[in-house]
Design a protein around this ligand. Structure first.
Ligand code: PLP
Length: 410
C-alpha cells in the first residue's frame, strides 16, 4: 500500500511550499531523484553526444543510448531503435502527420480521430488532409462521454488509412477502448496512432501486446523533465518513412544537391540531442516502476472515486465524466453553476489550490458537448484525499460568497 506522505517527501516542491496541486494532467511535479539525475548529467557527463571522439562525449552518448534502452524496455518495444526522442507529444504527432501522413495519404482516403483528441492530434491532420485531399472523420461520444463500439465499427471503413486515438481524454478522463479500435483499424489494413500522454503516468502501456503502430507521449507529464518526448513506431514503418526535421546527425552523406539519411533512430533526431532530458525521463520511469503501476492505479482509483462522490454531492456542480468510474482515469472536469471556470481557478489560487480552467486544447470536444470551458482537476501519485477535502471546502466557500449574485442574475 502506498504511503503518500512518504512519497510526497520525494518531491522537493512540496517541501518548499504549502499548496494543493491538482494539475498533473498539464504537467506533473518532479521527484528529487529525477532532478538529481539531470543535474548529475550536467555536472559530470555533459558534452555533445555522438560527435566527439573524446571520453566525455562518449559518456554522454552512452547516457543517451541507455535512456533509449530504458524507454524501449518500459513500453516493451521489440527494438530500441523504435524509440525516437522528440521534444514532446506534440512534436511526435507532427512528425507522424508530416511524414507518414504526407507520404501515404491519397485523394479520397480517410483519417479518423476521436472528438476528444488534444489539438496536437487534430491540427496537424487538418493541414495534411487538406494538402492530400483526404477526409477527416471523428468518433463522437455518447451521453456518458464514451465512444460506443458501434461508432468504432461504422467510422472505420475500407477508406480509412489512419486512426488517431487518445488512450485517456485530458478533459473527460475517459479511458478509451484501445484494443477494439486497434483490432478494427487493422482489419481494414489501416494504422493506429495512440496518444498515451494522459495515461502513461497511471497505466502501463505495452506496444507489442496492444499491437499499436505509433505511440506518443511527453516526459513532463510522467514525473520527467520538460523538453523530452517519445515517438514509438514499428521498425518497418519507421524504415519506410521520410525524415521530418533535417540537419546535423540525421544524415549519412551530404552532397551539394542531395543527401542520404542515417539509419534508425538517428534519421528522426536532427540536431543536438536532449541528453539531460532523456536521462531524466529514464529516472522518472525507474521511479514509477519502483512504486509499481498496480499500486499507483489502486491509489488513484480511490482518489477519483472520492473526488467524484464529493463533487457530486454539491448540487450546483455538473461533472463531465462517465458514470462508470471504471472507465475514468485520473482527470475530472466540472462546472459550477453561474461562475466561470477561469474565476473559479483564480479564487482557488487564493487558497493555494492549483487547478486548470479553460478548453484544455480540446475545442472541438467542448463545442460538441456545448460548452466553452471547464474546471479540471487531475491527479498524480502524490495527491491525497486531504487535497480533495481542501478543494471541496474552498469551492463551498466560493459558492457561498457568490450564491446571492448568481441567483439574482438568473
Ligand atoms: C492527451 C494529450 N495529448 C497531447 C498533449 C500535448 O502534450 P505536450 O504539450 O507535452 O506536447 C497533451 C497535453 O496536455 C495531452 O493531454
Amino acid at each position: 500500500m502506498i504511503d503518500v506522505n512518504i512519497i510526497k517527501k520525494d518531491f522537493p516542491i512540496f517541501n518548499n511550499s504549502e499548496f494543493v496541486y491538482l494539475d498533473s494532467g498539464a504537467t506533473s511535479q518532479k521527484p528529487k531523484v529525477v532532478l538529481d539525475r539531470v543535474i548529475s548529467y550536467y555536472e559530470n557527463d555533459n558534452a555533445n553526444p555522438f560527435r566527439g571522439a573524446y571520453n566525455l562525449s562518449i559518456k554522454s552518448t552512452e547516457d543517451y543510448n541507455n535512456a533509449r534502452d530504458r524507454v524501449a524496455k518500459f513500453i516493451n518495444a521489440k527494438h530500441n531503435e523504435e524509440i525516437i526522442f522528440t521534444k514532446n507529444a506534440t512534436e511526435s504527432l507532427n512528425l507522424i502527420a508530416n511524414t507518414y501522413g504526407i507520404d501515404n495519404l491519397n485523394s479520397g482516403d480517410e483519417v479518423v480521430l476521436s472528438i476528444m483528441e488534444h489539438h496536437s492530434n487534430i491540427v496537424p491532420w487538418q493541414r495534411v488532409c487538406k494538402l492530400k485531399n483526404a477526409k477527416l472523420n471523428y468518433f463522437y461520444i455518447n451521453e456518458n462521454f464514451e465512444i460506443d463500439e458501434k461508432e468504432i465499427e461504422t467510422k472505420i471503413t475500407e477508406k480509412t488509412k489512419i486512426v488517431g486515438i487518445v488512450s485517456v481524454s485530458n478533459v473527460l478522463g475517459t479511458i478509451n477502448n484501445i484494443d477494439k479500435i486497434i483490432e478494427k483499424t487493422h482489419s481494414v489494413g489501416a494504422i493506429v496512432i495512440v496518444d498515451i500522454s494522459q495515461s502513461i503516468a497511471h497505466q502501463k502501456f505495452d506496444v507489442q501486446k496492444t499491437n499499436a503502430d505509433f505511440v506518443v507521449f511527453s516526459g513532463h507529464k510522467m514525473l520527467g523533465p520538460f523538453g523530452i518526448g517519445v515517438l514509438y513506431a514499428k521498425k518497418e514503418i519507421l524504415e519506410n518513412m521520410s525524415p521530418f526535421l533535417m540537419g546535423g546527425d540525421m544524415i549519412e552523406f551530404v552532397y551539394e544537391q542531395e543527401t542520404t539519411f542515417a539509419s534508425l533512430p538517428n534519421k528522426f533526431e536532427a540536431g543536438t540531442q536532449n541528453v539531460g532530458g532523456a536521462v531524466g525521463l529514464s529516472t522518472a520511469i525507474d521511479y514509477l516502476e519502483n512504486i509499481g503501476y498496480e499500486e499507483i492505479q489502486k491509489h488513484e482509483k480511490e482518489l477519483i472515486t472520492y473526488a467524484y462522490e464529493k463533487l457530486s454531492n454539491l448540487p450546483y456542480i455538473k461533472i463531465y465524466a462517465s458514470k462508470n468510474l471504471e472507465n475514468v482515469s485520473s482527470v475530472l472536469s466540472f462546472n459550477i453553476d453561474g461562475i466561470h471556470p477561469h474565476d473559479i481557478a483564480s479564487f482557488l489560487d487564493a487558497s493555494n489550490i492549483c487547478i486548470r480552467a479553460g478548453n484544455h486544447c480540446a475545442q472541438p470536444l467542448m463545442r460538441y458537448i456545448g460548452i466553452d470551458s471547464t474546471c479540471r482537476i487531475s491527479f498524480a501519485i502524490y495527491n491525497t484525499k486531504d487535497d480533495i477535502d481542501k478543494l471541496i471546502f474552498a469551492i463551498e466557500k466560493i459558492y457561498a460568497k457568490f450564491e446571492k449574485f448568481i441567483n439574482k442574475n438568473k
